[in-house]
Write a protein that binds this ligand. Structure first.
Ligand code: 5GP
Ligand code: ZN
Length: 133
């Protein structure tokens, strides 16, 4: 897709540090990593976000994320990894080409931002549940 930075990377018009690639996806180092080895998995075909992904492709990319997470543990000494995927600007998506973040976590590594847990009542949880069923 024109004007998509990740499509340009996939087409080789912009350089990237590729960790892994196959017929469905590429995995490359994030240029602004949360921790060393932070990797992005992206489909070769342009998809805006998860809503445009089909089951087969999503499954293949998730298995690529698994492969990268295990590689981070084996080669980088990570003791865990986060798999994060943002959909829409409100969710923090800054590049509108689907991608999965695989972020290696190290002993004594940095704290990464997350959500602040809330404490809804049972009634409030039931109200949300009723809307979702
Ligand atoms: P998002 O916020 O959309 O979930 O994540 C986008 C990620 O893409 C960010 O972590 C950002 O650092 C990374 N990124 C943006 N532009 C480039 C680029 O040109 N090359 C690489 N390798 N990563 C990029
Ligand atoms: Zn794209």
């Amino acid at each position: 897709m024109d004007n998509c930075i990740f499509c340009m990377i996939i087409d080789g018009k912009i350089p990237s540090r590729r960790v892994y690639e196959d017929e469905n996806c590429i995995a490359m180092l994030d240029i602004n990593p949360a921790t060393p080895g932070h990797t992005l998995i992206l489909p070769r075909e342009h998809r805006k976000d998860l809503s445009e992904m089909d089951e087969e492709l999503a499954g293949k990319l998730m298995m690529a994320a698994r492969r990268i997470g295990m590689l981070q543990k084996e080669r980088l000494g990570a003791v865990g990894f986060n798999v994060i995927q943002n959909n829409g600007e409100a969710a923090g998506q800054t590049v509108p080409h689907f991608h999965i973040h695989v972020i290696p976590r190290y002993e004594n590594g940095p704290m990464l931002g997350g959500w602040v847990p809330t404490e809804p009542s049972g009634d409030e949880l039931d109200e949300v549940l009723a809307k979702m069923l």
